[in-house]
Design a protein around this ligand. Structure first.
Ligand code: URA
Ligand code: SF4
Length: 319
């Protein structure tokens, strides 16, 4: 056996794994120690058996991506798993990652799911989350956006609004709903006499997702895997705010929070008891007003948004 000491980082594991592979030290012969566990069996370690070394090898880029992601996980077995998969790719089957039923591949798939979890601190303060989100690399969206856009509004707000994802303006200015969709939202809020400053306003996904078309950056709907990756932020912030009322703005937030079965155009404006708040509701997204095909459709969508928000205002007065 050999004890291999590394820092708990992908780079540190990678450089150790390369040497081990070159030396022909098999995964069964390695105990990984990233400093997080106290080894008790050090004295019993004997010299590792080596097999025929490999000098030249190539691994699929996909493995490197997955390993990088899995490395940010907390599972203490991850270094051993990564080395075992690497060894098997090099020695047994270059296409091992395609064998989804393989137990090691299945575990690596699990560990390398995009998630914000390792970046979300244990804290009692939304401000601390707001600070920490700047460093999130839970999914790939941070690579293209200007900055993470976290919530605005008081931690003791009684009402939380959850949008989808920041847009172009939000990405540049670092605050939610400050662009055209925000104007529509503000107009509807004013009409029903809800004050934006009293509300906790956030998004299901914290980094802008877009497509470049000429000079413009056009909003793209985040994929379910990105919504799922970003969810630990939403969970943590709403657990701290504990609003009486949560309003999902649009289908992305509604599906993420109320389930895939939720049908926005059928169920908008209805109060639901959910794990998020005693009173939860979904309504149409302010952008749906802007994107509607013609003025009558815009007017209809705006009326839905305003009338649903009026229920929120009424509920708030009554409670
Ligand atoms: N659309 C959203 O869903 N959120 C924003 O912050 C802006 C536009
Ligand atoms: Fe992290 Fe969410 Fe940004 Fe992805 S979108 S990097 S999970 S904050």
């Amino acid at each position: 056996m050999r004890e291999v000491r590394i820092d708990p980082s992908f780079e540190s594991w990678q450089s150790a794994a390369r040497s081990l592979l070159r030396e022909g030290i098999s995964p069964d012969e390695v105990q990984w120690n990233d400093g997080s566990i106290v080894q008790s069996s050090l004295l019993t370690l004997s010299a590792p058996r080596a097999v025929e070394p490999v000098t030249e090898y190539r691994v699929p880029a996909r493995f490197v991506d997955m390993a990088r992601r899995a490395a940010t996980n907390a599972d203490p077995q991850r270094w051993a798993l990564l080395y075992r998969v690497l060894w098997r790719i090099v020695r047994e089957n270059h296409d091992l990652l395609d064998v989804e039923r393989d137990i090691d591949v299945a575990r690596l798939n699990e560990l390398s799911q995009p998630t914000a979890r390792p970046f979300v601190p244990q804290t009692q303060s939304v401000d601390a989350l707001r600070e920490a989100v700047k460093e999130c690399r839970g999914c790939d969206l941070y690579k293209y956006a200007t900055q993470a856009v976290f919530s605005r509004g008081p931690q003791d707000a009684r009402v939380a609004l959850v949008g989808e994802v920041p847009g172009d303006q939000e990405d540049l200015r670092g605050a939610p709903f400050v662009g055209p969709a925000g104007e529509v939202l503000d107009r509807a809020l004013a009409e029903v006499q809800l004050r934006r400053e009293d509300l906790y306003v956030t998004n299901a996904v914290k980094h802008f997702k877009f497509e470049r078309v000429g000079k413009r950056r056009i909003h793209k709907t985040p994929a379910p895997v990105e919504v799922a990756a970003c969810r630990p932020w939403l969970e943590s912030e709403l657990a701290l705010v504990r609003p009486n009322i949560v309003v999902c703005l649009g289908a992305t937030a509604a599906r993420s929070m109320l389930g895939d079965q939720f049908r926005l155009m059928k169920q908008h404006g209805q109060w639901i008891e959910s794990r998020w708040a005693p009173r939860t509701m979904a309504t149409i997204h302010p952008s749906a007003v802007l994107r509607a095909d013609d003025p009558p459709m815009q007017e209809r969508n705006y009326a839905i948004l305003r009338d649903d928000l009026r229920k929120v205002a009424t509920e708030l007065l009554g409670s």
